[in-house]
Each structure stands twice: as C-alpha cells, then as structure tokens.
Design a protein around this ligand. Structure first.
Ligand SMILES: OC[C@H]1NNC[C@@H](O)[C@@H]1O
Ligand SMILES: [Ca+2]
Length: 450
C-alpha cells in the first residue's frame, strides 16, 4: 500500500466512559447507578472489583487532560453519568455533579481538545431501574429530558453528541445473558429493552433539533461482522442471521425505520411480539448527523441445528492471533464493516468511536510499558480505516479505546485497554505506554508506516 497519510483535519481521539474511570461513586450528591448496585453484588465482577474508585478520574481529571495534551489527541470521547447529574434519574438536579462536567469541558476546551459526549454508557440511575429500567417505556422519556438538560447546559461548548453507546450490549448482555447490569436473563426482555433504547435515542434527537443547537448528534453501535465458516448454504444462512442479530437489528431501525424482517418474524414466532406503539419506528429513524462505530473483532459462524433461534454457533478461531479478551485480531473486518455501512445503510459521516485491544501490559522498573502488540493492533486497524477512506467512505475520526486502563465491566480491572497505564495498587499513578508515544507520532504526521 502506498504511503498512508490521513487528512489534515482527521479527528484523532481517545475514549472512556464514566463508570469505568470516574470513581467517586457516592460523592458530591451522585445517585446510585445500576452498575454501582451490580458491582456491589457478590459474584458479578472478577475479583469482586467495583467502580467505587476506578481510576479516580473524578479527582484526577486535570492530570488526565495534561496527559491527553502530551499524547496530542484532538478530541476526547467520554460519557456523563446520568445519576451524577440527576440522582433520581429525573427532577432534582445535582449541581455539583453538573459542575464536574462543566470543569472537565472547560479544561478540555482550554487544552484545545474537542469533547464528544456520550449521554448513556450504561450507568442508569438505580431509581429508574427500581421502576423497571429500560423495560419501562417511561425511561425513554426520562432519558430525553436528561438529554435536554445536557444540551442546554453545554450549548456552544460541546458539538459532538452520542445518545447511546452499544445498545446491543445494554440490551443483551444486561437483559438476556445477565453478564452486565441489571443482570436480567430473558431474551424477550432484551428485545423490549432494545426497542426502548432506540426509542429514547430518537426522542433525544428530536429535542436536539428542537433546541436548534450547533453541532452534530449520532448514536454509537458495536458492529461485529459475521463471516460464514464454510461456503455451504447453511453456514451462509447462519452467519447472516447472527449478523442481523447484532448489527442490522440496530442499523436497520435507525437508518431504514424497520427491524430486519426475517429475524423479526423468527422472534415473533418463537417469543411473541415485544411492545411497540404506532409511530415508534419514525421516531427511532429520525435523521442523524453521523454514526459512531465500535469495532473490535469479527464472528466466524457455522450452521448448528437446534442450538438456538439462529441454528448457528460462533467458531473459536484457535489458530488466529487474539487479544487478552479472546477476541480474534481481524483488522480487515473494520474495512468490511465501514464499507458495508456506507453502502447498505447511510452516506452520513462515520466515526470509529471505539477500537482497541487488551494485552497483558507490564509496568517496568523504569516506568515503561512496552506494548508493541497494541501498536501493531492499532497500526493494522488504522491501515484498514485508511483503505476505507480511500475507497470513499466518509470517515471523520477515530477514537482509540481506551485513553487509560479502566474497569472492564465483568472483568473488573483484569483487562487493560489503555494508551495510559493506571497503577491501581499505587495511588492510581498514570504512565504513558509505548503505544501512547507511537500514537502521538501518528497524530502529528497523520501517517502510519506502511
Ligand atoms: O470491551 C471494551 C469496550 N467495548 N465497548 C464498550 C466499552 O465500555 C468497553 O470497555
Ligand atoms: Ca452509499
């Protein structure tokens, strides 16, 4: 491939989320979230880890912005904690919680770093969960009101808004498999939750338009392309159904105003219909300004009769390189999904709002972390993003997951995704990994070595 030089104005960034880095779980009037409740429930999180302190970003955010400046990122994607701002999820505002984000945004702008706010990255106010959470249609309304508050408070300061992060994970890990908060285990509940998440997204977009704010609004979807293990009709079919289950189930409502027909039929036949109201799909498919894509890996799928609604199983790619999460390293999948989204769903601008990898990072005596595996992972994926750009995909930016090591949900602190190493055992000291120094060069030159 010829020299890889990204556009001058390409938005190189890094991403985090509130529950994973902030800590201060009950400080300054913050309300309980479903992740506080879940992580405090014995047996849910590896090593019994919680987000009570996490990376203590709530107190160390100024230092973290200095590190962002050192790396030279142009934009920082973070999420705001709904219960830190609205302790009961609605009504009373916790001014101290809001003030934290005001200080954060102020200091980011002073550092010439463009904020991208994700309104919901999984930490629902427990008070709303006590009323059914996302199974309750009212939660969609309360989310839209929380969004209105944020739009008004940050009008003119923040111009990149993401409504939801990975609604598939919220719906299925949280409500079908029970690995995530609130820990429900019912597939039909997950479908109902997915619908209310999408509805709340559309309601928030309506308010964004109503408030007539400068800037752009979008949604972030985790997209995992499925590839058939073999070229048999049955394998191809199995792969296409699993692909719909993760990707089209969200892309299609948002961009086409309808759920994927065949899968919708399979669900209704086997589980009965989840509750919708006339007009929902029109709200869900309101015009947005960009799509955020989180890409980590692919699925290789083969036919497996009777195993599940899809007659499909994911094949473990034993002989392929993988990350500490056990995810196959497959950079080509990033190119494939970018091109497919642009071809089949939308010509709107795309952002890679997350891509990165967990590796077994070691802090040396000299305070170094030689994470060449992460450099290779990121370099290979940057090259695929560049290929998509050259092929006409309107890719605007790339946020590495993650700015810093953090609370990796059910895995606790055992998985490190950061460009910055966090020394949890010693006062949460931060150390730039080799990948952070490498990333700084890429950003400066806009270039990845071929
Ligand atoms: O698993 C790595 C990341 N994936 N997307 C959502 C983030 O919260 C995760 O840490
Ligand atoms: Ca197109």
């Amino acid at each position: 491939m010829a020299k890889i030089i990204f556009p001058e104005d390409f938005i190189w960034g890094a991403a985090t989320s509130s529950y994973q880095i902030e800590g201060a779980f009950n400080e300054d009037g913050k309300g309980e979230s479903i992740w506080d409740r879940f992580s405090h429930t014995p047996g849910k999180i590896e090593n019994g880890d919680t987000g009570d302190i996490a990376c203590d970003h709530y107190h160390l955010y100024r230092e973290d912005i200095e590190l962002m400046k050192e790396i030279g990122i142009r934009s920082y994607r973070f999420s705001t904690s709904w219960p830190r701002i609205l302790p009961e999820g609605k009504g009373r505002v916790n001014q101290k919680g809001l003030d934290f984000y005001k200080r954060l945004v102020d200091n980011l702008l002073k550092a010439n770093i463009r904020p991208m706010i994700t309104l919901y990255h999984w930490d629902l106010p427990q008070a709303l969960q006590d009323k059914g959470g996302w199974t309750n249609r009212d939660t969609a309304k309360y989310f839209a009101e929380y969004a209105r508050l944020m739009f008004e408070e940050f009008n003119g300061l923040v111009d990149l808004w993401v409504t939801h992060n990975e609604p598939w994970v919220v719906a299925f890990e949280g409500h079908a498999f029970g690995n995530h908060a609130p820990g429900t285990k019912d597939f039909k509940t997950a479908l109902q939750v997915a619908h209310h998440l999408l509805l709340s997204h559309g309601m928030a977009v309506d308010i964004f338009r109503e408030e007539d704010l400068p800037g752009e609004i979008g949604i972030t979807l985790n997209l995992t392309p499925a590839y058939p293990a073999g070229d048999s009709e049955k394998d191809v079919k199995a792969a296409s159904l699993l692909d719909d289950y993760i990707n089209a189930w969200f892309l299609s409502p948002v961009f086409k105003g309808s759920y994927p027909e065949e899968l919708h039929h399979i669900y209704e036949q086997n589980l009965g219909a989840f509750t919708t109201q006339p007009g929902d799909m029109d709200i869900i498919s309101r015009d947005i300004d960009f799509l955020g894509i989180n890409y980590y890996s692919r699925m290789v799928v083969r036919h497996k009769p009777g195993d599940n609604l899809f007659n499909a199983e994911v094949v473990k790619m034993e002989d392929r390189p993988s990350t500490e999460m056990g995810w196959e390293i497959y950079p080509q999948g990033l190119y494939d999904i970018l091109v497919r989204v642009n071809k089949e769903y939308t010509d709107k601008p795309l952002y890679i709002t997350e891509n990165g990898a967990a590796f077994d990072d070691k802090l040396t005596e000299e305070g170094k972390i030689h994470d060449e595996k992460r450099i290779n992972y990121l370099g290979d994926h940057f090259k695929q993003a560049y290929k998509a750009l050259k092929d006409g995909v309107p890719l605007r930016g790339y946020y590495v997951w993650s700015l810093m090591d953090n609370f990796e949900w059910a895995y606790g602190y055992s998985k490190r995704f950061g460009l910055i190493y966090v020394d949890y055992e010693n006062g949460n000291r931060r150390f730039l990994k080799d990948s952070a120094l490498w990333y700084r060069e890429v950003i400066e030159k806009g270039q990845v070595e071929a």
